[in-house]
Design a protein around this ligand. Structure first.
Ligand code: BGC
Length: 754
C-alpha cells in the first residue's frame, strides 16, 4: 500500500517538476556572477567578521545604493498588472541587490508554516502543522526541524530570506493568527519560535521573527493601540521575543501594524531603539510589516531599518532627501545598511546563495508527520462499557463512522499570508495556481484513507455532517463515531467567540446522542469551547495537522503512536472567563478586516485594547489568579500510558530541579515534565509561572532521574526602577508535574534577593 502511494506521489511530483520546468523562467545568473571577473573584493574574505565585511561594503556605496537596500519593491505578483522585475521570484518581498559590489538580491517569502506562493511558479511546498500545533510538542528539536524544513525549501526555491517566525503571544485566544504563533507562555513561546528561526537559519537563509509587538489580535490591526505598562510588557510578550532572539539571532525582526502605547510599532522608539537594539543588543535589521510604515523621519530615527513592501515610498526618495537635508543623520542610514549587510554575511546569504533545486516531498511529508505526531493532544479518553478506554481503537472495533471535516479527503489549514500550496492544491476545491485569499484550503492527507490502510478489516464510512439526522444515522450504525470538527482561522480576522463555527456543536451533540462511543477530533486554529465535552468519550486536538496529518491521526487513533502533546494554551470554558470577554473593536462589520495591509486604514483610529487589564496574568496565570477553572489547563494532555512523579529536589541555589519520573503503564511513551515557580508575595505576581520543562521518553515500567536547569530569569521580575531583572528576596514555591493543573511535587525555598 505504502509502496503504491509513494509511486503515485512520485508520479505527481514528476508531473509537477515538468510543469515547473515549463513555467519557471531559466534562473538568472546570480548577481555575483554578473559582476566583471575582477579579484574578489576585500569584503568577500570570509575570515573577516560580518561587521567588518559590512563596513567595507558601505565604504564603497553611493547614497542611492544605500537607499535601494532599505526599501522593498516586492509584492508585485500580488498586484495584478504591476511591473515585476525578472529577478523577483514571486515571494512577498524583493530588495534588488548591487551587482557591482557582489551584493545579491534579497528574495523574501512568507513562510510561517511552510513556504508560501509555491504554486505561483508551478511548484509546491511542505505544509507543516500549524506553529501552535508544533508548540504542543514542547519539543525544541521539533521546532528546529520545523524551521529546517522551511529553510531548506526556501533554498530549493531560490529564496534567501524567510518571513515567518510568528512570535506574538497567544494573549487573545480568538486571534485569527494564533495558529502562526506558539504559546500564551513567554518562555515556551520564546524557546519554540527561537528554535524555529534557528532551524531556518541553519540553511544559510536569513530568518525573521514577527510581528513585533503586541499584534495580539487581528481586529483593527492596522491602527489599534495596545496599551500596556512596561513591567507587564517586559514579562510577557517582550520576554518571548527576548528569549527567541537570544536563541536564533535572526537576521530580521518584523515590526507590526498596530500601535503600542500610542506610537506605531514601526516608528516606536521604545520598542525598536530602547528595548530591541539597546537592551537586547539586536544586531540584525527591523523590517516593517507590509505597508506598516507610517513616516520617513520618525520611522528612521526611531529604529526602522527596512520599509516593506515599499510602495508608500517612505524609505525611497523621501529618505534620501531627509538624509541630504540632515533630518536623518548619514550615520543612521549607514546603520540601517550595516544591519542588513552584516545579517547577509552572518547567515551565509552572500557566501552560500540558494541554488534552485527540486525539493524532496517525501522528506518534507515525513518531517511534517513526525512533528504532528508529537503535537496531537489527547484531551479526554474515557472508559467504554467494557472498562477499556475508548482510545486507542483496537481490532475489536469493526465499524467506524467518520463524520464531517472532509475527513474522507484531507485536513484543514489556516489562511492568510501563511497559506501553503501543497501537491495537488486544495483537495476539496482543486484549481490551478496558488490558493486564493479567504479560501478554506484542505491539504491532501486523508484521515479516512490512512485509517483504512492501517486497519483494512475495519469498515470505515464517511458522512459529511451537513445533515444532523443523516449524521446521527451514520453514527448509530457504527461501533464508534468520530466527528472531525474544524475551525478555520486566518490572518486579517478574529473569531468572534470560542465556539466552533457552522453549528458543529449541534452536530457533535447529535452524534454523541446517537452513539455513546463518540470521539471528537478537532482541527482548529485556536482553543475552542466544548459544551458537549461531558457527552463524548474521547477528544483529540490535532490543530491544523499539515501534509502528514492524515497519517499522524490514523497512527494516534489506532495506537501506533502514543500521543504526547500538551496544550501550549489554555482552553477556556467560555468567553466570559477571559480578561476581554469580547475582542476590542470587534463588531459584525469588523469581524473580517480583510487581509490587506491597508485594511481599515481609513477606519476611526481611536480603537485601543487595554492589556493592563490582565497585565502579566496572560493565559493560565489569569485563570489561576481569578480562581477560574478552565476547560482544559495549560500544559495538560493525556497519554496511553501513565507517569508518576516523586523525589523532588531543588538545589539550594535554585540552579536546577531534580525528580524521578516513572512510566507506570504498559506502553512506551513520552512525557513533557513541567516545572513551575511562584515568586514570593512581595513580587506581586499571585500565580505560578512555567520555568522549565523536559520531554522524556520512557519504556513501560522504566523510571528516570530527571534534572532540569533553571534559568535565573524565571526567578526574577523586571524592575522599571533599575531597568533590569532582579530576584526578589523571600520564599519561592517550586512545583513539578505533568500540567499546570496537576503538580504533585512541590518544595519551597528561601532565596536572597539578587
Ligand atoms: C502580514 C505579514 C506578512 C506580510 C507579507 C502582512 O499582511 O501581516 O505577516 O509577512 O503581509 O505577506
Amino acid at each position: 500500500m505504502l509502496h503504491t502511494r509513494r509511486i503515485a506521489l512520485l508520479l505527481s511530483v514528476f508531473a509537477l517538476i515538468l510543469t515547473a520546468a515549463a513555467q519557471t523562467p531559466a534562473p538568472r545568473p546570480a548577481a555575483a556572477q554578473r559582476a566583471p571577473q575582477a579579484p574578489p573584493p576585500a569584503w568577500m574574505n570570509t575570515s573577516l567578521g560580518p561587521d567588518a565585511r559590512a563596513d567595507l561594503v558601505i565604504h564603497e556605496m553611493t547614497i542611492d545604493e544605500k537607499i535601494q537596500l532599505v526599501h522593498g519593491i516586492g509584492w508585485g505578483v500580488l498586484r495584478k498588472g504591476a511591473y515585476v522585475p525578472p529577478e523577483d521570484i514571486g515571494g512577498a518581498g524583493f530588495v534588488p541587490g548591487i551587482p557591482r559590489l557582489r551584493i545579491p538580491d534579497i528574495n523574501l517569502a512568507d513562510s510561517a508554516v511552510g513556504v508560501r506562493m509555491a504554486a505561483f511558479r508551478g511548484r509546491y511546498a511542505t505544509a507543516l502543522p500549524s506553529a501552535l500545533g508544533m508548540a504542543a510538542s514542547w519539543d525544541p528539536k521539533a521546532a528546529f526541524l520545523y524551521g529546517d524544513v522551511i529553510g531548506r525549501e526556501l533554498r530549493a526555491q531560490g529564496y534567501n530570506m524567510s518571513i515567518g517566525g510568528g512570535m506574538d503571544l497567544v494573549r487573545e485566544p480568538r486571534n485569527g493568527r494564533n495558529f502562526e504563533y506558539s504559546s500564551e507562555d513567554p518562555i515556551l513561546a520564546g524557546t519554540i519560535t527561537g528554535q524555529l528561526a534557528a532551524g531556518v537559519q541553519s540553511n544559510q537563509i536569513m530568518g525573521d521573527i514577527k510581528h513585533y509587538a503586541f499584534n495580539d489580535q487581528e481586529t483593527g490591526r492596522n491602527f489599534i493601540n495596545a496599551t500596556i505598562d512596561e513591567r507587564a510588557a517586559r514579562e510577557t510578550d517582550l520576554l518571548a521575543y527576548q528569549i527567541a532572539l537570544s536563541i536564533a539571532h535572526p537576521a530580521g525582526v518584523m515590526c507590526s501594524y498596530n500601535r503600542v502605547n500610542s506610537d506605531y510599532s514601526c516608528e516606536n522608539d521604545f520598542l525598536l531603539n530602547q528595548v530591541l537594539k539597546h537592551d537586547w543588543k539586536f544586531d540584525g535589521f527591523v523590517l516593517s510589516d507590509w505597508g506598516g510604515t507610517h513616516s520617513t523621519v520618525k520611522a528612521a530615527l526611531n529604529g526602522l531599518d527596512m520599509d516593506q513592501h515599499g510602495d508608500d515610498n517612505f524609505f525611497s526618495d523621501p529618505l534620501k532627501q531627509a538624509v541630504l537635508s540632515g533630518q536623518v543623520p548619514q550615520s543612521r542610514l549607514d546603520d540601517m545598511v550595516h544591519r542588513i549587510l552584516r545579517s547577509m554575511f552572518a547567515t551565509g546569504a552572500i557566501d552560500h546563495p540558494p541554488v534552485p533545486s527540486v525539493l524532496d516531498p517525501f522528506k518534507g511529508r515525513d518531517d511534517a508527520q513526525h512533528i504532528e505526531e508529537e503535537s496531537i493532544v489527547l484531551l479526554k479518553n474515557a472508559a467504554q462499557k467494557t472498562g477499556a478506554t475508548i482510545l486507542p481503537l483496537t481490532t475489536t472495533t469493526r465499524t467506524i463512522a467518520l463524520i464531517g471535516g472532509h475527513a474522507d479527503v484531507g485536513v484543514l489549514s489556516g489562511g492568510g499570508s501563511s497559506q501553503v500550496d501543497s501537491p495537488g492544491g486544495n483537495v476539496v476545491n482543486p484549481h490551478p495556481g496558488s490558493a486564493n485569499w479567504g479560501e478554506h484550503v484542505y491539504m491532501p492527507s486523508s484521515p479516512m484513507r490512512e485509517m483504512q490502510q492501517l486497519e483494512p478489516a475495519a469498515r470505515i464510512t464517511y458522512d459529511p455532517g451537513t445533515d444532523l439526522t443523516a449524521a446521527a444515522k451514520a453514527a448509530r450504525a457504527a461501533q464508534v463515531a468520530i466527528v472531525f470538527a474544524t475551525q478555520w482561522e486566518s490572518e486579517g480576522q478574529d473569531s468572534a467567540t470560542l465556539s466552533l463555527p457552522d453549528n458543529q456543536d449541534d452536530l457533535i451533540a447529535a452524534v454523541a446522542a446517537a452513539n455513546p462511543n463518540t470521539i471528537v477530533v478537532l482541527e482548529t486554529g485556536n482553543p475552542v469551547s466544548m459544551p458537549w465535552a461531558k457527552n463524548v468519550k474521547g477528544i483529540l486536538e490535532a490543530w491544523f495537522p499539515g501534509i502528514g496529518g492524515g497519517q499522524a491521526l490514523a497512527n494516534v487513533l489506532f495506537g501506533r503512536v502514543n500521543p504526547s502533546g500538551k496544550l501550549p494554551v489554555t482552553f477556556p470554558a467560555s468567553d466570559s472567563d477571559l480578561p476581554h470577554p469580547q475582542i476590542a473593536g470587534l463588531t459584525p462589520q469588523t469581524t473580517n478586516n480583510g487581509g490587506g495591509a491597508r485594511a481599515g486604514r481609513n477606519q476611526p483610529r481611536n480603537l485601543s485594547v487595554d492589556y493592563n487589564l490582565e497585565g502579566m496574568a496572560v493565559g493560565y496565570r489569569w485563570f489561576q489568579m481569578k480562581k477560574i477553572q478552565p476547560l482544559f489547563a495549560f500544559g495538560s494532555g493525556l497519554s496511553y500510558t501513565h507517569f508518576t512523579y516523586s523525589n523532588l529536589h531543588v538545589d539550594p541555589a535554585a540552579k536546577s530541579v531534580t525528580f524521578t519520573l516513572r512510566n507506570t503503564g504498559r506502553r512506551a511513551g513520552d512525557e513533557v515534565a513541567q516545572v513551575y515557580i511562584t515568586l514570593p508575595s512581595s513580587a506581586g505576581e499571585p500565580f505560578r509561572k512555567l520555568a522549565a520543562w523536559k520531554r522524556i521518553s520512557l519504556a513501560p515500567g522504566a523510571s528516570q532521574t530527571v534534572e532540569i536547569p533553571l534559568d535565573s530569569l524565571t526567578l526574577s521580575i523586571y524592575s522599571t526602577d533599575t531597568h533590569a531583572w532582579l530576584r526578589p528576596e523571600g520564599d519561592f514555591l517550586v512545583e513539578a508535574g505533568g500540567s499546570s493543573a496537576d503538580l504533585p511535587l512541590h518544595q519551597s525555598l528561601h532565596l536572597t534577593g539578587q
